[in-house]
Design a protein around this ligand. Structure first.
Ligand code: ADP
Ligand code: MG
Length: 485
C-alpha cells in the first residue's frame, strides 16, 4: 500500500523499506536538511522576522517518514500554533524542492536527558499524549496505510451537544466495532464543525480496539490524486485491490469529487464493492447527499442508503463546553471564565474559528507576558469580532433562500432557468452582495461558477424589483431578518 501513498513517486512504493523510511536514508536526510534550510529562508522572507523568530526559528528537522516531513517544536504550545498556522505553508515550500512531500507534521521534541525537575509537567503530559501510539520516530498515529491521523482527534476530546449528538453517537457505535445497522455513515455539516475530528476519532478508536482491522482514512482529494496517479502509472489493478481490501474506509469531503467524472466512477465502484462485502464505509461532505451537486444520481442515492447524520451549527452551551475543555489543555496560561463566555457568545461561525480566536488571545498574552482578560481579548480580536458581528456566509444565504422558496439547494445552484428557480437565485445573489464582503466574481463562483456580469445583472434586477414589487421587498426584508438572527 505504500505505493498508494506515493502519488507521484512512480512505483517507488516497492523501493521502500517496510518502515516506510527511504533506504538511502543518510543521503536523503542530508538533502532534506538542506531543503529545510531553504524552506526556512522562504518562510522568513514571507512572514517577516518577528513571526519567524517567535514560531519557526526553533523548529528542528526531524526526518522524512514516507512522504511526511517531520519537524520538532520545543513546546506543545508552539507545536499547536505552527500546525495551525504554518504547516501548510511549510509543506508548500518543501514541495518546491521535493514534490513528493504530502504534509508537514509538527511534534514536540523529546525532552533532553535531564529536564529540570518539575518543570513543564503539563507540557510533558501533553507531549506524551500526542506521542501516544508511537515512539519518537513516529510521533503520530496513522491508519493502516500510513496516512496521518491527528492525535488530538479522539472521542475524549470531542464535546457533545445537541447539534452533533447523532453524528457522535453513530461514530462511537461504529468505532466500537460490533456490526452496526447502517452503511455507509454519511456525516455532513458546514466547515469547522467537527466532521474530520469525528472521522479521525473513529479511526483512532477502531485501531486501538482492533489493531488488526484495516482502516483507511483519506480526503476525497487524496483519493482522486491517488487514482489519477494509478491511471498514469497504469497501476489501477493494484489501486483497486488495495482499496477493496480494507475493513473500514473513510473518505472526507466527498463534495470535492463533484464534477470529476472518472474519479466519481472509481469511487462508486470501490464504494459498492466494499458495501457489498459488508465492509464499513464512512463519508463526509459539507452538505447532504441530496444537495451534492455534480455528483451522479445513482451515487447520491446510494450514499443516502445508510445513516445520514447532520452536524448542525453550534449553540452557546456547546461552544462554551469546547472552550472550557481547550482551556484546560493550554495549561501554560489561565483563561478566566468571563473571557471564555465572551468568546462563546461572540464567535458563532464555527469551532475552528472559535479555537483560533482563543489561540490568538493566548499567544498574545504569552508573548507580551500579560494575563488574559476581557480587555486584552477585545483588543486582540477586534477585527474578528467585528466580522462576526455581522457576518453571514454565502452558503447560509443560499440555504436560507432555498428553504424560504421551498426549492432544492441543488436547483438554486444549477443552470436551470425556469423563473420559479431563477428569481430566488437572483435574490440569493443580491443578498450575497448586500450581506457579505464578497466580490462579484467570488459570488459568481459560489453560484455554480457563473460570470460576474450575471451577478451584477441579478443585483440590479432585484434592486429594481424592490422598488416596484411589494411582495419581493417583503421577502427580502424577511430573509435579511432570518439571516441576521
Ligand atoms: P470539519 O472537518 O467539519 O471542517 P474539523 O473536524 O476540522 O471540522 O473541526 C475543526 C476544529 O474544531 C478541530 O480542531 C476540531 O478538533 C474542533 N472541533 C470540532 N467539533 C468539536 C467538538 N464537538 N468538540 C471539540 N472540538 C471540536
Ligand atoms: Mg474537515
Amino acid at each position: 500500500m505504500a505505493s498508494l501513498q506515493e502519488g507521484n513517486g512512480k512505483g517507488q512504493g516497492n523501493e521502500k523499506a517496510p518502515d516506510g523510511l527511504n533506504r538511502d536514508k543518510a543521503d536523503g536526510d542530508h538533502i532534506s536538511e538542506h531543503h529545510w534550510l531553504s524552506v526556512k529562508d522562504k518562510l522568513r522572507a514571507e512572514l517577516g522576522s518577528q513571526a519567524f523568530e517567535t514560531w519557526l526559528k526553533g523548529l528542528d528537522f526531524h526526518g522524512i517518514d514516507g512522504n511526511i516531513v517531520s519537524l520538532a517544536a520545543k513546546t506543545p504550545f508552539i507545536r499547536d500554533w505552527v500546525r495551525r498556522h504554518y504547516a501548510d505553508r511549510i509543506r508548500d515550500f518543501w514541495r518546491q524542492d521535493n514534490p513528493n512531500i504530502a504534509a508537514a507534521e509538527i511534534h514536540v521534541a523529546k525532552s533532553n536527558p535531564a529536564p529540570a525537575a518539575g518543570a513543564q509537567a503539563a507540557g510533558d503530559k501533553r507531549g506524551r499524549r500526542a506521542a501516544q501510539g508511537g515512539s519518537s520516530a513516529k510521533p503520530h498515529m496513522t491508519d493502516s496505510f500510513g496516512n496521518i491521523l491527528d492525535p488530538r482527534y479522539h472521542f475524549d476530546s470531542f464535546i457533545v451537544g445537541k447539534s452533533n449528538e447523532l453524528a457522535h453517537a453513530a461514530a462511537q457505535r461504529l468505532a466500537e466495532g460490533s456490526s452496526v445497522p447502517f452503511n455507509p455513515l454519511f456525516l455532513h455539516g458546514g466547515v469547522g464543525l467537527g466532521k474530520t475530528h469525528l472521522m479521525h476519532a473513529i479511526a483512532n478508536e477502531t485501531l486501538i480496539r482492533h489493531p488488526k482491522r484495516k482502516v483507511l482514512y483519506l480526503s476525497a482529494e487524496r483519493f482522486m490524486f491517488q487514482f489519477i496517479s494509478a491511471l498514469r502509472h497504469k497501476d489501477t489493478v493494484a489501486f483497486k485491490q488495495q482499496f477493496r481490501s480494507v475493513d473500514l474506509l473513510m473518505i472526507d469531503d466527498v463534495q470535492f469529487i463533484a464534477h470529476k467524472n472518472s474519479t466519481q466512477e472509481e469511487f462508486f465502484h470501490t464504494f459498492n464493492a466494499l458495501i457489498d462485502n459488508r465492509r464499513q464505509v464512512v463519508i463526509s461532505a459539507d452538505r447532504s447527499p441530496t444537495d451534492l451537486q455534480g455528483i451522479e444520481e445513482r451515487i447520491i442515492s446510494r450514499l443516502g442508503w445508510g445513516l445520514v447524520a447532520d452536524i448542525h451549527p453550534t449553540d452557546y452551551e456547546l461552544r462554551l463546553g469546547i472552550l472550557q475543555s481547550k482551556a484546560e489543555q493550554v495549561s501554560e496560561i489561565e483563561i478566566p471564565c468571563d473571557v471564555l463566555e465572551f468568546l462563546a457568545r461572540k464567535i458563532t461561525s464555527n469551532i475552528r474559528e472559535l479555537e483560533g480566536a482563543m489561540n490568538r488571545v493566548v499567544a498574545y498574552a504569552t508573548l507580551v507576558g500579560r494575563p488574559v482578560s476581557l480587555e486584552v481579548t477585545r483588543d486582540v480580536l477586534r477585527d474578528l469580532l467585528r466580522a462576526n458581528d455581522r457576518r453571514v456566509s454565502i452558503d447560509q444565504i443560499q440555504r436560507q433562500v432555498a428553504d424560504y422558496y421551498n426549492i432544492r439547494l441543488a436547483d438554486l445552484l444549477s443552470a436551470r432557468r425556469t423563473r420559479q428557480i431563477a428569481r430566488p437565485r437572483q435574490i440569493a445573489m443580491y443578498l450575497a452582495k448586500q450581506m457579505t464582503p464578497r466580490s462579484l466574481p467570488e459570488i459568481g463562483r459560489k453560484f455554480g461558477g457563473r460570470d460576474h456580469t450575471t451577478v451584477m445583472h441579478a443585483v440590479r434586477k432585484v434592486d429594481d424589483l424592490r422598488q416596484s414589487d411589494h411582495a419581493i421587498d417583503d421577502d427580502l426584508n424577511r430573509l435579511s431578518r432570518l439571516l441576521e438572527s
